[in-house]
Design a protein around this ligand. Structure first.
Ligand code: PLP
Length: 402
């Protein structure tokens, strides 16, 4: 007799979907058991117990005033694909249990890589691991012993250098948060230079014309990489095609569920050869950091098929318009000081009337602004990752506290 927990239960799945579609509510939330329950509650009871917690308690990233972080809302086609994925549980490590999923990942990588001048790559659970993978390849292929990035680079770059036993040096940034080229050493022959396209704190894009100056250039485009798919903004990342590797987080501006990221290489064949391991139980070499690896490509592929490049561009351009609108309104306000130019949908500002950024943030609705330190000062930060953000709603809240 087959175990019904492993069969599709239309009634149970309908109950789960109804809970998802209902207005979020924490009503009826009960504390969870403190220890592993001896007897199970059964699936329908678990849906009832968890919906006020998991669904009711979560921040809604697609709300009209959600604008605080690099975490976007996700399109429903990606939800559907995530359910398919969970039910199939493909493992790309083994071609015989993932006969089509490997090809789907290769396809989506082929679609995206040319925008960055790269010829291949693979998916990772995010840019932290994409950065590590890139610097690993740099060490194997070019014998680099040192990593240099700006002092605004993401902490995963220093973390990767540490894991790989490479020296790490942070170079100074200028007043708009870009790497100061004058701060780089003349000799970059044993160096991996990491340029950031869209710094986490301020959205600054380093001068990508520096790509090619070092033994290896990696562009951490975790956040701003997707601007390459907008005709209006693609040129902001010109020069990226001279890099040796590029990291992009698909769970940021490609609107994917976590954990979804990409590492691209200009010479993917050489890079893969340098970071592959064989093994007795493996039919194909294991490429990169991960062992078991799920079909995260499927939601991304489906989203890109549903929207096309033009549909992706429309969403990115809309979020950029929200950032521009906010930037202009803040710039015209006497009580706000702005940081740097706004180049990738990240807006930083602080009150200039003596109040702390923290107190202003505390007065704003949760999810509208994050708090960040740049140049020794606190700033309020907005990240335009939400195509459903509404500038009038947002400005209403900000103007109300200013
Ligand atoms: C978010 C971010 C990362 C890390 O990416 P994850 O996908 O969170 O692992 C790296 N670099 C930059 C610039 C980022 O903004």
């Amino acid at each position: 007799m087959s175990d019904p927990s492993f069969e599709a239960d239309p009634e149970g799945l309908r109950q789960a979907l109804e809970a998802l579609l209902a207005p979020p509510s924490t009503e009826g939330a009960q504390p969870l058991p403190g220890v592993l329950p001896e007897e199970g509650y059964g699936e329908p009871a678990v849906l009832d117990r968890l919906s006020p917690i998991v669904l009711g308690g979560a921040r809604r990233l697609g709300a009209p005033d959600a604008l605080a972080h690099m975490d976007p809302p996700t399109p429903w086609i990606a939800w559907a694909m995530s359910v398919w994925n969970a039910s199939l549980n493909q493992n790309l490590l083994h071609p015989d249990v993932a006969p089509v999923a490997r090809d789907l990942e290769a396809r989506v990588v082929d679609w995206l890589a040319p925008a960055f001048g790269m010829d291949g790559g693979h998916m990772t659970p995010g840019s932290t691991l994409a950065n590590l993978t890139a610097l690993w390849a740099a060490r194997e292929l070019k014998g680099v012993r040192r990593v240099i990035a700006s002092d605004a680079a993401h902490l995963s770059v220093a973390k990767s250098a540490h894991i790989l036993a490479l020296d790490y040096r942070a170079a100074a940034t200028d007043e708009s948060g870009r790497l100061d080229a004058g701060a780089l050493p003349d000799d970059l022959s044993s160096t991996a230079l990491v340029l950031t396209a869209g710094t986490t704190s301020a959205g600054a894009i380093d001068d990508l014309a520096l790509a090619g100056r070092a033994a290896w250039t990696h562009v951490d485009a975790a956040w701003a990489g997707p601007l390459r798919f907008s005709r209006r903004y693609a040129a902001r990342l010109d020069g990226i095609e001279q890099a040796d590797s590029v990291a992009v987080s698909a769970h940021k501006w490609l609107f994917q569920p976590k954990e979804s990221g990409l590492i691209f290489f200009r010479d993917n064949r050489a890079a893969e050869a340098a970071i592959s391991f064989g093994g007795a139980y493996l039919a194909v070499p294991n490429v990169g950091v991960l062992g078991s690896h799920g079909a995260v490509a499927v939601p991304l592929l489906a989203t890109l098929m549903a929207w096309g490049r033009a549909g992706l561009e429309a969403r990115i351009d809309r979020t950029m318009e929200i950032a521009d609108g906010l930037w202009q309104r803040l710039g015209a306000h006497l009580k706000a000081e702005l940081y740097g130019p706004q180049v990738s949908g990240v807006v930083l500002w602080r009150p200039n009337d003596g109040r702390s950024a923290q107190s202003v943030r505390d007065a704003l609705p949760a999810g509208l602004a994050s708090l960040i330190q740049v140049g020794g000062k606190d700033w309020l930060r907005h990240v335009a990752a939400n195509p459903n953000a509404d500038i009038d709603t947002i400005w209403g809240s900000i103007a109300g506290v200013l």
